[in-house]
Design a binder for this molecule. Structure first.
Ligand SMILES: *[C@@H]1O[C@H](CO)[C@@H](O)[C@H](O)[C@H]1NC(C)=O
Length: 320
């Protein structure tokens, strides 16, 4: 129990730290994704011309405050996501293990089922707990997106005048009810599902390839490089649903009837590459995040293993 609380707090602090450092890129990303929505390329305004231009223009006009709009919502979202991942991962995994592995392991050895590690089941459990977190956190992500797209200088998207996170939530609830708070929840869940299910498999794949093809040895350089590959692939998969999500969050009326309508009309009017608007800004946010979390996870794993080797007698380890 105490280790769960410990890892919740440690994970929360790490995630919020990473979010603070990369939030400016997230702000630029959202404005790039909304810029020129449903407009042909030649008619589309180019207020923000890329990651660095975006950051500098926002900083010049709106200061640090402009770049960090919605940061508190980002914190709440991260804590909820992290909490759901930690809270639901093991119960889901144990449940799936007992559903699918009872036949291959003898049915009444419960502890084995709990401790058995199956890669596909672990991935599904990770993705499902992430999806639950995305569902729980969607209203905060919604308000965050709207706060970040608000600009008194170079506005893109519907300009929602919220005084802050709680004002945003209560305004949405008052005018549109729960349905309004959960606008865009579907692409939000798809986005997290893509990200969570791709991250670890690509990480391990990259690691194996780097070892086999380039003879790299296990260690921090290998971890840094593999997590960079993983972050890149995560971004490639996550970005299209992320763009749809940003556009669903922006609308107040019923511009789109749903996520697929949004995807279809975006591609039809702006071309297929429109789903990758703001990709580099997203990459600037995701890469440090992925590198940090995966490299740290390797360190903690190694510490755990060393600890187990020293403390646990062989008899106990044999059972695991
Ligand atoms: C944002 O949503 C509004 C509807 O609420 C829509 O008119 C507008 O085109 C959308 N996108 C942008 C970039 O303003």
């Amino acid at each position: 129990m105490s280790t769960t609380i410990g890892s919740f707090i440690a994970g929360g602090i790490a995630a919020c730290g990473a979010v603070t450092v990369t939030h400016s890129f997230e702000t630029v990303k959202i404005r790039l994704q909304l810029q020129g929505e449903l407009q042909a390329k030649r008619d589309a305004p180019r207020l923000y011309r890329g990651v660095l231009h975006g950051v500098s223009v926002i900083y010049k006009n709106e200061g640090m405050r402009g770049l960090l709009r919605g940061l508190n919502c980002a914190y709440i979202y991260q804590i909820m996501l992290n909490g759901c991942r930690l809270g639901f991962y093991d119960p889901i995994r144990t449940h799936l293990n007992s559903l699918y592995l009872t036949r291959s392991l003898s049915a009444h050895t419960d502890p084995h089922i709990q401790q058995h590690q199956s890669v596909p089941i672990n991935i599904i459990s990770g993705a499902s707990s992430g999806i639950l977190g995305a569902f729980a956190g969607s209203p905060f992500f919604l308000v965050k997106t709207r706060l970040q797209s608000y600009s008194p200088f170079l506005p893109v998207g519907t300009q929602h005048k919220y005084k802050g996170a709680s004002d945003g939530l209560s305004q949405i609830y008052k005018t549109e009810g729960t349905k309004g708070l959960y606008r865009g929840v579907f692409p939000a869940m798809v986005r997290t599902a893509f990200g969570s299910s791709v991250q670890l498999p690509t990480y391990f794949l990259a690691k194996r390839r780097l070892v086999n093809w380039f003879g790299m040895e296990d260690g921090t350089p290998l971890h840094l490089l593999s997590s960079t590959c993983s972050g890149f692939v995560v971004c490639v998969f996550m970005h299209p649903p992320d763009t749809v999500m940003a556009r669903m969050y922006n609308q107040t009326g019923n511009l789109y009837s749903g996520a697929f309508d949004c995807l279809y009309r975006t591609v039809k009017t702006e071309g297929i590459l429109a789903v990758y608007k703001g990709f580099f800004a997203h990459l600037a946010r995701i890469l440090p995040h992925t590198i940090l979390t995966l490299t740290l996870a390797e360190q903690t794993n190694r510490l755990m293993r060393r600890f187990e080797d020293r403390v646990l007698p062989d008899r106990v380890k044999g059972g695991i």
